[in-house]
Ligand binder design. Sequence first.
Ligand SMILES: NC(=O)c1ccc[n+]([C@@H]2O[C@H](COP(=O)([O-])OP(=O)(O)OC[C@H]3O[C@@H](n4cnc5c(N)ncnc54)[C@H](O)[C@@H]3O)[C@@H](O)[C@H]2O)c1
Length: 228
Amino acid sequence: MKNEQARSVLIFGGAGFIGSNLARHMLLRTEAKVHIFDNLSRTGVHHNVEWLRKLAPHRDRLQVTVGDIRDAQLVEKAVSAATEIYHLAAQVAVTTSIADPRLDLEVNVGGAFNVLDAARRCGHRPFLLFTSTNKVYGNLGLPEPIVTPTRYDYPGCPGISESQPLDFHSLMAAPRAPPTSTCMILPGFTACPPWSSACRASPAPGNSGPKTRDGWPISSIRPCNAAQ
Ligand SMILES: NC(=O)c1ccc[n+]([C@@H]2O[C@H](COP(=O)([O-])OP(=O)(O)OC[C@H]3O[C@@H](n4cnc5c(N)ncnc54)[C@H](O)[C@@H]3O)[C@@H](O)[C@H]2O)c1
C-alpha cells in the first residue's frame, strides 16, 4: 500500500491469540494505526493488551476499545474509521457452545453480522478478513497427503478448492475416526506468550487418531495490496 500511514487497522478480538500477534506485527512492521476491540472475555488476554501497550512506540498508534461485538452501535463506531478490518473475535470453545448455545449464536453469528453490516454500511469499502475453522470441511475425502519436511501437499491439488463443499451436519460431531488433523495458526514461531492457551495445548483425550499441526506466520495475514 502506497500510504502506510493512512492504514487504519481494526482488529476485533485483538487481545486474543491471533489478534494480539497480528497487532504486534502491524505495530512493529508497518506504520498503520492499530485499533483493537475486545471484550476481554478470554481468560488472561488482558496480559496481551499490556504487552501491546509496551510495544506501541507512539501512543497514538494503538487504540484499545474494551467492547462487545454484540453491541452493534459500538461496532459501527469502530468500523467508521477503519481501512482494514480483521474479525477474530469469537466464542471459540466447543464445550461452551454446547453448554450455552445462545451465547455462541449471539457472539459468533450475531457479532459477525454486526461487523459485516457495519462494513457494508460505512461507505468506504474497507478490506475485511474473517477467520473460520477447518472443521467446516469435515472429511475432505482427498487422497492421503504427501508429507514433505515443511508442508503437506495433496497430489494434483495445491490447496482446498473453492468448490469444496462444507460439512454442515458434523460441525459438533464427536472426535472423528482417524486419521484426524488439526490446523493451528502460530504467531511467526516466536511470539507465543507463555499465558497463551496455544502454548499449553495438548491432544484432546479420547481422540486416538494421529494429530498434525500446520503453522502459518501471522505476518502472512494481510490485504493483497499491502506492503507488509
Ligand atoms: N488459533 C488458531 O489456530 C485458529 C485456527 C483456525 C481458526 N481460528 C479462528 O480464529 C479466530 C481467533 O482465534 P484465536 O485463537 O485468536 O482465539 P482467542 O480466543 O485467543 O481470541 C478471541 C478473542 O475474542 C474475544 N472475544 C470473545 N467474545 C467476544 C465478544 N463478544 N466481543 C468482543 N470480543 C470477544 C476474546 O476475549 C479473545 O480475546 C477464531 O474465530 C478461531 O476460531 C483460530
